[in-house]
Ligand binder design. Sequence first.
Ligand SMILES: Nc1ncnc2c1ncn2[C@@H]1O[C@H](COP(=O)(O)OP(=O)(O)OP(=O)(O)O)[C@@H](O)[C@H]1O
Length: 265
Amino acid sequence: MTSETPYPALEVLDLTMDFGGLRALNAATLHVKGGEIVALIGPNGAGKTTFFNCITGLYHPTEGDIFICPPGKQRERINGLKINAVTERGLARTFQNIRLFQNMTVLENVMLARHCRSSSGILGAVLRNRKTRLEERDIVRTSFAILEKIGLADVVNLPAKNLPYGAQRRLEIARAMATEPFLLLLDEPAAGMNPQETRELEGLIRQIRDQEGISILLIEHDMKLVMSLCDRVTVLDYGQKIAEGTPREIRENPVVIKAYLGEDI
Ligand SMILES: Nc1ncnc2c1ncn2[C@@H]1O[C@H](COP(=O)(O)OP(=O)(O)OP(=O)(O)O)[C@@H](O)[C@H]1O
């Protein structure tokens, strides 16, 4: 479990994002404490992915503050940082649509993600000096260890495109893990999975939190998964936070039920 800090691992305050005349996020607030699994839910178009894009440096929010507090480190405001700088600080994400190098092997996909933690640089890669060679060996070893934990050790040499859908989603999580995050953001990890794959995914996410001490924020439409996996749930509607609470509180909240009217919660 992540060691306690006086601040949440992630604290987002009054986040607003305008796209021209469209306000996709309107003073949305959310926090994830160290070691928590939190869900961000809401009807289609509520602003969930925009929220992730702001946190991870893909978009620069119009207003608001984003603070992180990795275990054992100082609290830091990360607004305006570029994607790589956010990743270096220990935030990793997966995307709604699978983004793998389909013709590369499973191991190569993870190794590539791992390179963000290497220090040899381009010159080192060209000269292939001793430091680079040692580092490369370390990248292979670490990438393999991650794939073992994720349950993909027996397919390391297969091209990513040959994996079943559920395994491709797990590989995306392995790539995110390779950057050594303290906080993992998962954008609809169960999308397109069959019930068996979803059950396995639930076990994997729990394992990542319990064994690696990584805090997790996930966007998910599969309410059964959200209700059984998450410690807390935050609900967005039209870019605003309309509710926050335990899964049970959220399930019984009339404001949430109204927002989802016509959708299956
Ligand atoms: N780059 C962009 N430019 C203009 N509008 C955008 C952009 N990204 C998102 N939007 C708009 O912002 C609103 C929120 O979209 P967003 O994708 O964040 O919602 P969501 O809650 O993730 O939806 P879904 O559950 O369908 O994935 C939508 O109206 C969308 O059309």
